[in-house]
Design a protein around this ligand. Structure first.
Ligand code: MN
Ligand code: MG
Length: 623
């Protein structure tokens, strides 16, 4: 799956200028996916795993005449059941397996992602204590203003120039995290750390790096390729960051996209085929170790110093080695105890289901997995509110699907047959480590919440067949369902919000017939919503809750609440009414993709068409 990009030929300014080659390799958003193993479906998955990138990394490193740097762009410590197992049981006196893997591969520089903070600062500090590589981040300090990690690095490397002379190069490396970590992980970070806007921090740090002798500067930006215009504390700031004078290369991440790649929208500043932001080379190497990002630079030497005369960025996919190399064997051995313990742990049965549970139509039709999660959330909050004086407020539950195909491919769905439910199944239904909140919301606020969720869908034309159903830029995890209410989405109306949550059409209304127990919801009615802490704090560009409206925050994680509910309740038997439906329209249908296996679970409005793109099948929704 190597992405083809047009090669930018090195520009020779003068035949006499000596040149040298620098290669910068990126892994990003590994989420503890050291092995090619899908813990949510409990099977090998060679499309992921740092081990499957080792062959390429070592091959690229061994190329004669090229100096290589290997960097990780953050989100390495959390994100799969192995990560959770190590976080709750410790690494058994050994080095944290992800840090051990980085040590073994001799990473040159690593930055922190937002998920590094999910298990708290103490856990992060103890995990990185064994790091044999430098960690850099320029926009996090503790409350006294002391940087949490080194704000920048100067990596001294010797370059073999084509005139046969070796010359010293100082590579400046700095890192950035979305400033929202203090909102998203408030419970872990409040009163302990502060964050600064990415571009503001860069404007501050780059001149310092220049005076410290950086010849070229690489930004490890755990932030995505979003808007071109800078706004304060923006989450996805890679484009305005690239415009900061002095930055030469931008490694991006966080949004789990592929860059260079056609899926990223082109603009004046973004060239998705050449892989440049403001003309500077950039990459984003997907997630879970499915790709390696590579930036090759041709550097010219003059008496005045180094300059970049040519650049090329590309992505390379991993390959499973038939005979594991010594490095792969070592990486595998380092994690094998934790891996085996994780498998024993996640295979424990916790409950039974009499019906199949799948997520093939999660954003489109009734979804059993979210129904189970919503019931667990509602019951927990109901009990937690007892005696607090909110008895008159109905309790609702907000959920989103997380394992729904998309960029991760057609294997990335929940598919549990009738029989035992295991911890692994609970982890597939709720993969994150955050907690549950009770949030007070008015009818007006619920309508906004649903309008934001409704931006997941394309606008359809009545009387037309086989038009696209989904907004291609929307992520399913932002397609919330509010259990306890009933409502319709009229997709012939334009969305009020963009896929990233910006208000695009203040007059637009897709939500109709919003009711609670048969009674229309008015703007001034009040409810309590059981929702996760990420959403409560404004994650996904939903409106965050005022502290006075957060009535309860759980100590337990949302997943532990789900596991507890599954253990206590009898077997899963069926579905109660689904809250959301689409407004009906005559002679109107739309197309979406799901896994081929979804054809076994068709419902009234959904029919199977046949093969689609990327291993998915096409399905039709009739309005
Ligand atoms: Mn990530
Ligand atoms: Mg991230």
């Amino acid at each position: 799956m190597e992405k083809k990009t047009p090669e930018i030929d090195p520009i020779e300014e003068s035949g006499e200028t000596p040149t040298a080659r620098l290669r910068i390799m990126e892994t990003t958003d590994l989420h503890m996916q050291i092995l090619g193993y899908d813990y949510f479906s409990d099977q090998l998955d060679d499309s992921t795993g740092l081990v499957n990138l080792v062959g390429i990394i070592e091959g690229l490193r061994s190329e004669a005449g090229v100096t290589s740097l290997l960097c990780d762009n953050g989100d390495f410590i959390q994100g799969n059941p192995l990560a959770d197992y190590v976080a709750s049981n410790g690494a058994n006196g050994t080095t944290h397996p992800m840090i051990a893997a980085f040590n073994t591969l001799a990473y040159d520089a690593v930055t922190l992602g937002n998920h590094e903070f999910n298990y708290g600062l103490d856990f992060l500090r103890s995990a990185v204590k064994e790091a044999g590589f430098p960690i850099t981040c320029a926009n996090i300090t503790d409350i006294t203003g002391t940087p949490l990690a080194t704000p920048f690095l100067i990596l001294e490397r010797e370059m073999a120039c084509d005139d046969g002379i070796r010359r010293k190069l100082n590579v400046g490396v700095t890192g950035f995290v979305p400033p929202q970590i203090t909102d998203w992980d408030k419970a872990n970070l409040q009163g302990q750390i502060e964050t600064t806007d990415i571009v503001t921090s860069a404007n501050d740090i780059i001149p310092q790096m220049k005076s410290a002798g950086a010849d070229i500067i690489v930004a490890l930006c755990h932030s995505g390729i979003g808007a071109s215009t800078h706004s304060p504390r923006m989450e996805n700031a890679a484009v305005p960051l690239a415009a900061v004078p002095g930055i030469d290369v931008v490694l991006t991440g966080h949004t789990h996209e592929f860059f260079p790649g056609e899926s990223v929208m082109a603009s004046d500043a973004v060239d998705p085929l050449a892989g440049t932001l403001h003309g500077k080379p950039a990459v984003m190497a997907g997630f879970y170790g499915n790709l390696l990002g590579v930036v090759d630079l041709q550097l010219g030497w003059r008496d005045t110093g180094w300059h970049i005369c040519g650049a090329r960025s590309r992505l390379q996919s991993g390959v499973r080695e038939t005979t594991p190399s010594p490095t792969v064997q070592k990486l595998t051995a380092q994690v094998s105890d934790a891996h085996a313990a994780t498998l024993r742990h996640i295979r424990q049965p916790i409950a039974q289901t009499k019906v199949p549970i799948h997520s093939y139509f999660a954003t489109i039709g009734p979804d059993m997995a979210q129904h189970i999660l919503a019931c667990a959330q509602r019951d927990f909050i109901d009990e937690a509110l007892t005696g607090l004086g909110y008895d008159t407020l109905p309790v609702l539950a907000a959920t989103a699907p997380f394992r729904v195909g998309g960029r991760a491919g057609p294997g990335h769905y929940i598919d549990i047959p009738p029989g035992p439910l295991t911890l692994r199944d609970a982890a597939a239904i709720y993969p994150f480590a955050n907690t549950l909140c009770a949030v007070r919301r008015s009818g007006r606020q619920l309508r906004q919440w649903l309008e934001r969720a409704a931006s997941h869908f394309a606008t359809i034309t009545p009387g037309k067949h086989d038009q696209p159903l989904l907004n291609p830029h929307s992520a399913a995890y932002n397609s919330d369902t509010l259990f306890g209410l009933r409502y319709s989405f009229d997709l012939t109306q334009p969305p009020r919000f963009t896929a990233t949550g910006a208000l695009s059409d203040p007059g637009a209304r897709r939500v109709t017939d919003l009711s609670y127990q048969g009674v229309p919801v008015s703007d001034d009615d009040h409810f309590v919503v059981a929702t996760n802490s990420y959403r409560t704090n404004g994650g996904g560009s939903f409106v965050g809750a005022d502290p006075m409206d957060i009535l309860v925050t759980s100590v337990e994680t949302t997943r532990d609440i789900l596991i507890d509910a599954l253990r206590r309740n009898g077997p899963v038997t069926g579905l109660c009414a689904h809250p959301a439906e689409f407004t009906r329209h005559r002679d109107t249908s739309a197309i979406f993709q799901s896994a081929p296996a979804a054809a076994r679970h068709l419902t009234g409005n959904i029919s199977h068409i046949g093969p689609g793109m990327g291993g998915f099948d096409r399905y039709r929704y009739s309005f």
